[in-house]
Design a protein around this ligand. Structure first.
Ligand code: ATP
Ligand code: MG
Length: 575
């Protein structure tokens, strides 16, 4: 992305806060103008009050001095306030946009992008973008104006001495450049070190049990020691380089000052200066170096900010899932028809589904079975349009699902994922997830009852108001599944898709989940992916899949008699 485009997009976020933004610029200009004024006041201060003992000057100069610092202080606070206020609002808006955008991204994008990357874009990159943008902006406006003001004043006082000062500027700039390159390298190493630190810690914490079981504490400690030691080394280096920067620059400045003093004392005739004028000049010159230094260093945060902005905007540019359907179905009967459906994941060579044809009647209980990787989950994920097939169509009550709005389509479906996802919230909030009016305790209790989850929830500390921990970590596997079932019950959709978890449950949990499954299928179309064939012996129809194709369809009895794929599968599982 070109810098110009990035900047104009950034500015589009600033535009709604234009008044504050302009106020910031004006106050920065005021700050900048006070700098040469402070230097200029030195002349009447020294010549008027000390040397000529002018009674007006003795009263006026101190007053003006106090006034100047007051104005400068107020302008500084206003500038910082305005720019920070704009920056924080921009950050907020970009975060909101990103969050909204991520929700609309197609599943395909989520598959291809690691969670950590997305997280750091929203949290870190946006922050970086704003802090560097406001810093860079402050420096560019305020310090450029300050430098112009101070230089103008210096030339006004004495062009000869000003030229002398200007000679030292490039030397200082080179020194600063050299030091900052070194600092950038070290700070880069430090950042990476921080990355490794978090990474190591995260692995260590996640692998807590594994480390104990395998007695790997010593190895892990050693690895961690190395990371921490590198970090310490780099932090030290960075501080030392940073600390040596000022003394070197100050030394060069001291030489420049010495030269100025020497030449000023030798200036003759028109060029000669009063003590006050010289002090003023000297003061302005001293004040010149801080903003100059800020300006020479601005390239780095500028580049950082641009990189962050590019990363953020490129995420915002990712195309959203296609949602062009306008039709809505009401009173969906649960009739699903799949016609000549083929689908390939964009990163795979072979299709995951090949020419699938299946017609499901309202209220039917259809089971999908087949070896791991045969395409069962993929098929069910096409129904809520997590992916769009390359060929064929899916009809709900005779309407192509691409003609429906995504919201309407998804409203018809309750989906229990193969990997149960629960939120670190209460039982009730988890079950009523997505209910715009919040959890309805009656409905929640009913759903729990239907999912055979009533008993264990009642035994929890606060009943349905108990929190269940990250990913439901305070629950057993079977309990988590039953909560997921309860969530599906609560939704009361006409089409229920159950992707049974592969992880084995103990007999009691399995019996409970099984009983819940029996209940849930009543009165609605159910597509159930079963890994335990015992679960689906009483399904209306069993669809056997293999390598993305349907091989057999029939009842348990029919398929067992046929002696084909299903029977082989059944025997392999030893049921
Ligand atoms: N997000 C994805 N991106 C790319 N390929 C995928 C993705 N998900 C699944 N696949 C591939 O598609 C094929 C079908 O996978 P799918 O998850 O549908 O199998 P499954 O029948 O549900 O298996 P299991 O019984 O193990 O759950 C597999 O070869 C798999 O590698
Ligand atoms: Mg699966």
């Amino acid at each position: 992305m070109e810098n110009r485009i990035i900047l104009s997009r950034l500015f589009s976020y600033v535009r709604p806060h234009l008044t504050k933004f302009i106020a910031a610029i004006i106050s920065m200009a005021v700050v900048a103008m006070t700098e040469p004024s402070v230097a200029a006041i030195m002349e009447p201060m020294i010549d008027g009050t000390f040397i000529k003992r002018d009674p007006d000057a003795i009263v006026l100069v101190p007053l003006v001095l106090v006034g100047l610092f007051f104005i400068r202080g107020v302008a500084r606070v206003v500038a910082t306030l305005c720019i920070t206020s704009v920056a924080t609002r921009v950050v907020m808006q970009i975060r909101l946009d990103l969050h909204h955008h991520i929700q609309q991204l197609p599943q395909q994008f989520m598959d291809a992008n690691p969670t950590g990357k997305l997280l750091s874009k929203v949290s870190y990159d946006v922050e970086q973008l704003s802090s560097t943008a406001s810093h860079v902006w402050l420096v560019l406006v305020r310090d450029t104006l300050t430098v112009i003001g101070l230089l103008g004043y210096m030339f006004y006082q004495s062009w000869q001495l000003s030229l002398l000062v200007l000679i030292t500027v490039p030397i200082i700039a080179v020194i600063i450049k050299l030091v900052s390159t070194k600092m950038r390298k070290s700070s880069h190493a430090l950042q990476q070190g921080m990355g490794s630190l978090t990474h190591r810690l995260e692995e260590g914490i996640k692998g807590h049990k594994l480390i104990k079981l395998y007695g790997a504490e010593k190895q892990e400690s050693d690895k961690f020691h190395k990371v921490v030691d590198d970090l310490r080394h780099n932090a030290l280096k960075l501080t030392v380089i940073g600390a040596s920067n000022s003394p070197i620059v100050q030394f060069v400045i001291a030489i420049a000052l010495a030269a100025v003093v020497y030449f000023a004392a030798n200036l003759q005739g028109d060029a000669s200066m009063s003590a006050g004028a010289f002090t003023s000049f000297f003061f302005a010159m001293g004040m010149l170096f801080a903003p100059l230094r800020a300006l020479t260093n601005v390239a780095e945060p500028f580049q950082k900010g641009m990189a962050a902005a590019e990363s953020v905007f490129s995420l915002l540019d990712e195309s959203q899932e296609r949602n062009t359907g306008t039709k809505e179905i009401t009173g969906f009967t649960g009739a699903v028809e799949i016609r000549n459906l083929s689908f390939r994941y964009s990163n795979q060579k072979t299709p995951a589904l090949n020419d699938i044809n299946l017609s499901i009647k309202p209220g039917e209980k259809v089971a999908l079975v087949g070896a791991s990787g045969s395409g069962k989950t993929t098929l069910t994920q096409l129904l809520p349009r997590f992916y769009d097939p390359q060929q064929g169509q899916i009809l709900f009550d005779g309407v192509d699902i691409r003609e429906l709005s995504l919201k309407n389509l998804r409203d018809q479906i309750a989906y229990v994922d193969q990997e149960v996802l629960l939120f670190d919230e209460t039982v009730a909030e988890n079950i009523a997830f997505g209910d715009p009016s919040g959890p309805d305790p009656k409905k929640v209790r009913l759903a729990l009852k239907q999912a055979h989850a009533e008993k264990f929830v009642a035994e929890m500390d606060c009943g349905i108001e108990s929190r269940i921990g990250e990913q439901g970590s305070m629950l057993s596997g079977g309990q988590r599944q039953r909560l997921a079932l309860a969530r599906a019950f609560y939704r009361q959709a006409s089409l229920l898709i159950l992707d049974e978890a592969t992880s084995a449950l103990d007999n009691e949990s399995e019996r409970q989940v099984q009983a819940a499954l029996e209940d849930i299928c009543v009165d609605r179309t159910t597509i159930i992916i079963a890994h335990r064939l015992s679960t689906i012996e009483n399904a209306d129809r069993i669809v056997v899949m293999d390598q993305g194709e349907i091989r057999e369809i029939g009842t348990h009895r029919e398929l067992m008699e046929k002696d084909g794929f299903y029977r082989a599968l059944y025997q392999k599982m030893g049921v």
